[in-house]
Ligand binder design. Structure first.
Ligand SMILES: [Zn+2]
Ligand SMILES: [Zn+2]
Length: 372
């Protein structure tokens, strides 16, 4: 399979993608992703940055380079806007606040994404698997971006992930880790918490932000995380989509969420933005800008409805089965593990809460589902 646009390595050029809005690609090497888009929204006093990449010196250096190209210095960044609580989006926010006094804008429920117990938060398991067969994942990044600093960024991310490892709601008790592992987790939790920004300006659905001398509306879009929001500028049609709607991959919907039914939340949020009038250019956090927001929302919904149909068919075949059993039928062996189980759990709980499935715990505490 060809490389997805979200897997392309970060390019250093800065491009104007909407009036007064610059796209700056920052390097990341997370599974299924090659870059994150940081957007600079310009005004007379400097700029607001949306999603300033991973924590760590490699991203910071790349961002300084992009800002310089745009004629900006870090002290000109008066505001940092974080679309949701994933580390490739909030990474640089705390540093801007600390060193330059930037405001940090995020949803008032910001935070759950960093506490999610399962590891990889971004891309659906299907799209990770697609990446494995293509040239994208793990391919060499641009020479400019490679090297030790990026490795430090990656390890910061891994520390964050490790810091959040917990017990799955579907799997019963986890074996007690040895003391050495527990000590490592404690250190990592401390390291992880040191890069999570403090939100100085919490926002909620319907709030208006004045950016580039225009009014941008906060559109709360729970699903990928409970605290995710998009920004819409009705004057030009620009729509900052974060990870809610990506051009060619499906965002990961974790079963472990602040919502009991994250898939329902996601469907609600897809409908919410698909029905919006006055949306033109969509500016996603990964991949290229695109135009038909409603069509992309419908395609993503279709994918999940097909997945729900597969879950029903597997249940007919297996009878009562654990989340692990369902996930091992849904996904190829190379994708098995916590992330596949988390997506499977989101689909099973969606069906259970719609009264199309029932569950109980077996003797070892594992949830067992029957669908239909
Ligand atoms: Zn995300
Ligand atoms: Zn992302």
């Amino acid at each position: 399979m060809a490389r997805r646009q979200e897997q392309e390595s970060a390019r250093s050029e800065v491009t104007e993608v909407a009036a007064g809005v610059l796209r700056m690609e920052l390097p990341i090497r997370m599974p299924g992703l090659g870059h994150v888009n940081c957007y600079a929204i310009l005004d007379a006093s400097g700029a607001a940055l949306v999603d300033p990449g991973l924590p760590g010196p490699g991203t910071w250096r790349a961002l300084q380079d992009r800002l310089k190209q745009a004629g900006l210095a870090p002290r000109n960044i008066h505001t940092v806007i974080v679309t949701h609580s994933h580390p490739d989006h909030f990474g640089g926010a705390g540093r801007f606040a600390k060193e330059f006094g930037s405001k940090v804008v995020a949803h008032h429920s910001f935070g759950f994404g960093v506490l999610t117990p399962t590891a990889a938060p971004e891309v659906s398991v299907d799209d990770l698997a697609a990446g494995d067969s293509g040239a994208g994942v793990g391919s060499a990044p641009d020479a400019e971006e490679s090297g030790a600093a990026e490795d430090q960024d990656r390890s910061a991310l891994e520390q964050l992930r490790a810091a959040t490892t917990g017990i799955t709601p579907w799997g019963g008790a986890r074996p007690r880790p040895p003391w050495r592992t527990k000590l490592k987790w404690r250190v990592m939790r401390w390291l992880g918490s040191s890069v999570i920004p403090t939100v100085s300006h919490p926002v909620e659905h319907g709030d208006v932000l004045e950016l580039a001398d225009r009014e941008w509306f906060v559109v709360h879009t729970p699903g990928h995380t409970g605290d995710h929001f998009c920004l819409h500028d009705p004057e030009t049609g620009a729509f900052l989509a974060g990870d809610h709607v990506l051009p060619s991959i499906t965002p990961h919907i974790s079963g472990i969420s602040s919502s009991p039914d994250p898939l329902s939340s996601f469907f609600f949020s897809l409908d919410r933005v698909a029905e919006m009038a006055g949306v033109g250019r969509v500016l996603p956090a990964h991949g290229h800008p695109f135009d038909d927001l409603a069509a992309r929302c419908h395609a993503i919904k279709r994918h999940h409805h097909e997945r729900l149909d597969e879950v029903r068919a597997i249940s007919r075949e297996l009878g009562p089965a654990t989340v692990t059993a369902f996930s091992q039928r849904l996904f190829k062996q190379r994708s098995w593990g916590a992330m596949a189980e988390s997506e499977t759990y989101a689909h099973l709980e969606h069906l259970r809460l719609a009264r199309q499935a029932e569950s109980h715990r077996d003797d070892s505490g594992r949830l067992v589902y029957v669908v239909g």
